[in-house]
Design a protein around this ligand. Sequence first.
Ligand code: THU
Length: 164
Amino acid sequence: MHYREIDDISLLPANEQQLVVHAREMCDQAYAPYSDFYVGSAILLDNGTVVKGSNQENAAYPSGLCAERVAAFAASSNYPETGIKAIAISARSNQVGGDRPISPCGACRQVLLEYELSQGNPIKILLSKEKGAVIIIEKAADLLPLSFSGSDIKKGCAGGELNK
Ligand code: THU
């Protein structure tokens, strides 16, 4: 898999630094009484708007949603015509320490990939914990090789080629 890692957000361009800060702050807004695992996300749109999210859990466990999809669905609902440039994801755990970044679950990878394919432009992904290293992934397709997409179901849908 292709990715880069940097030691600190200060090495990112200003708008991406800010995006990571938003994602880190959003961990505090998570509703995660069951897992005690707090995830924040922040999406930068092509028009400069930032759409934020956090994981939302429920006593009926599968009813909850990851921070990434909360933000991605909000972005697509509120700005259906505007592309997604980047998403920053951060997490805080009260059970597991360390500053090693977390990476999106399979379902979130699939959702991000679909938006990437439909807009025809890469979505950059910035992963970190509340401080420390940032992992930079240039496009959602890098997180999901040999993916399934709309073009496998129906003509004219985004996708069409096996991921390189
Ligand atoms: N979670 C996210 O929000 N994003 C991830 O990338 C991994 C997991 C959430 C789902 C659940 O609320 C909690 O973290 C524990 O899995």
